[in-house]
Every structure is written in structure tokens, then in C-alpha cells.
Design a protein. Structure first.
Length: 250
């Protein structure tokens, strides 16, 4: 077993985008960051190399989190290598992929998130943290209703994932493990927003009209805060989109 004195943080889906930036920012806090990816090992290695070059500590760990056997393997490897996991960031998400079958969004955005959290819970010490990353379009799907064209199954499955995780809060509490949610408006410059801009330009223009979209750096900063600072169990951190909050308060 590697004797890592630092906090051990696993960020799922950290080979690009928000997960990669969150991994880099966690690296700057002095934690050992485990950079999970599904397919793009080289990109994940670049993220790790960047953290190490900046004086931090990181390693890659590939696993398709929608595959139960791969999740089991990942939990076993974390146990063998580090003996513990201090922070789990549930960032990996999907469903808009061209080859995704109709059940994939729920399998990934709900079932896989709960399975992973439950699998690594025995490795988490008191004071450990689980952070679920979501979008306002998903978090407020039942209040706000309207989502960009084609995004409804993803929004519903991510909200179902959040609800399923929230239903596990008593288990997290019993182990002294914190659980928080970070919900963001559309995040500027991400692949998903570029994809939505092609599919449904009006929906992105409407969000831009409500105010500048948050950046990847800003969103990742709040993910790191949610994974490190004291928070109420079940607390939601919001990033951007003040008008969404108004809608939810009605
Ligand atoms: N983009 C936005 O505007 C926005 C707004 C609010 C919230 N969010 C949330 O932020 C999170 C990250 O979004 P993003 O835009 O950065 O995503 P992204 O660019 O699509 O990146 C997805 C990442 O997840 C990985 N991944 C996909 N399926 C996976 C699987 N089955 N198992 C393991 N890893 C998997 C990918 O790995 P590979 O590269 O190896 O395939 C990649 O690293 C998501 O939870 C999303 O809902 C995004």
C-alpha cells in the first residue's frame, strides 16, 4: 500500500472539462488526486502530469463508472493503493453521446453514482466528503421544466441521481461522511454547451441573456470548496443563474 499522508481525492470524469479543472485545483490544495477517465487515458495522464509539474501529487485510474464490475475494481484498487478515500467527486456524466442507448443516461447519472458512492463508503474516514456535480437544468428540472432540445433525459436522470444520493444521507451521516451538491448554470466554453449551441442555439442564447455564463475555473473552485470546507449535510452550492434560484423559490 502506498503510504499517502495527503488527503486522497477521486474525481470521476477528470480527463477533460470541469473534472480536469477540479482535479488540478484539488492538486493545488496538496491532496493526492486520483484522475478517473473512461476512455481517454492519454488526456487523463496530461491532467496528472500538469498537477505533478505544479508540485502536486496525482495518478490516473481508468473505469467506466456505468460498469458495475469496473466500479468494484476501482474501489478495490483505491483500497489496495491508499487504504482510504477522503473525498469523492461524482463529476462524470453523460447521455448525449451519439451511441448511447435509451437506458444509458439513467444507468450512468443515477445508478452508477449511487453504486460508486456506496462502494467507496467503507474506505471513507470520518470527515470524508462526497460531492455530486449537477446542472441547474437538472437540479431544477421539476420546477423549471424547460430544458434545451434533447437534454430532458439527461436532466431527469441527473435529478434522479441527486435524489437517490440524498436518500442515502442517513448512511453517510452514520459514517460521519459529508454530502454536498454543486449545481451550475451552463458553463462557458465546455463541449456540452458548444453541442447545445448547435442543437438549440436559442436555449444557450437565453442563458447568456440572463448574465455571463460561469467559467470552468469558477465552477471548479466551488466544487473544491464543497469538497473541503465545512458544509451542512445535503447542502447545495449554486454557481451562476440567479434567475433559476428565483424560479425554485416560488
Ligand atoms: N458543461 C456544462 O455546461 C455543465 C453545467 C453544469 C453542470 N455540469 C456538470 O459538470 C460535470 C462535468 O461536465 P463537463 O461538461 O466537464 O463534461 P464533459 O466535457 O462531457 O466530460 C465528461 C468527462 O466524463 C468522463 N466520462 C464520461 N462517461 C463516463 C463514464 N461512463 N465513466 C467514467 N467517466 C466518464 C469523460 O471521460 P473520457 O474523456 O475518458 O470519455 C470526461 O472526462 C457533469 O456532471 C455535468 O453535468 C456541466
Amino acid at each position: 500500500m502506498e503510504r499517502v499522508q495527503r488527503r486522497v481525492v477521486l474525481v470521476t470524469g477528470a480527463s477533460r472539462g470541469i473534472g480536469a479543472e477540479a482535479a488540478a485545483q484539488f492538486g493545488a490544495t496538496g491532496a493526492h488526486v486520483v484522475v478517473n477517465y473512461r476512455e481517454k487515458r492519454k488526456r487523463a495522464q496530461v491532467v496528472v502530469d500538469g498537477i505533478v509539474a505544479a508540485g502536486g501529487s496525482a495518478s490516473v485510474l481508468g473505469a467506466d463508472v456505468s460498469d458495475p464490475a469496473a466500479v468494484e475494481g476501482m474501489a478495490a484498487e483505491l483500497g489496495e493503493r491508499f487504504g482510504r478515500l477522503d473525498t469523492l467527486v461524482l463529476n462524470a456524466s453523460g447521455g448525449l453521446e451519439r451511441d448511447a442507448d435509451p437506458g444509458y443516461a439513467l444507468r450512468l447519472n443515477r445508478d452508477a453514482q449511487v453504486r460508486l458512492a456506496v462502494s467507496v463508503l467503507p474506505l471513507m474516514p470520518e470527515g470524508g466528503r462526497i460531492v455530486f456535480v449537477t446542472s441547474h437544468q437538472a437540479h431544477f428540472v421539476h420546477e423549471q421544466g424547460e430544458v434545451p432540445a434533447g437534454y430532458a433525459p439527461i436532466a431527469l436522470s441527473k435529478r434522479a441521481g441527486e435524489d437517490a444520493l440524498r436518500s442515502r444521507i442517513p448512511e453517510f451521516r452514520d459514517r460521519g461522511v459529508g454530502f454536498t451538491v454543486v449545481s451550475g448554470d451552463m458553463i462557458d466554453g465546455t463541449i456540452i454547451v458548444r453541442l447545445l449551441e448547435r442543437r438549440d442555439p436559442g436555449s444557450v442564447a437565453a442563458r447568456r441573456a440572463a448574465g455571463p455564463l460561469p467559467t470552468v475555473e469558477e465552477f471548479a473552485r466551488v466544487i473544491v470548496r464543497a469538497g473541503t470546507e465545512p458544509a451542512t449535510l445535503g447542502q447545495t452550492f449554486y454557481v451562476g443563474g440567479e434567475d433559476f434560484l428565483t424560479v425554485s423559490a416560488r
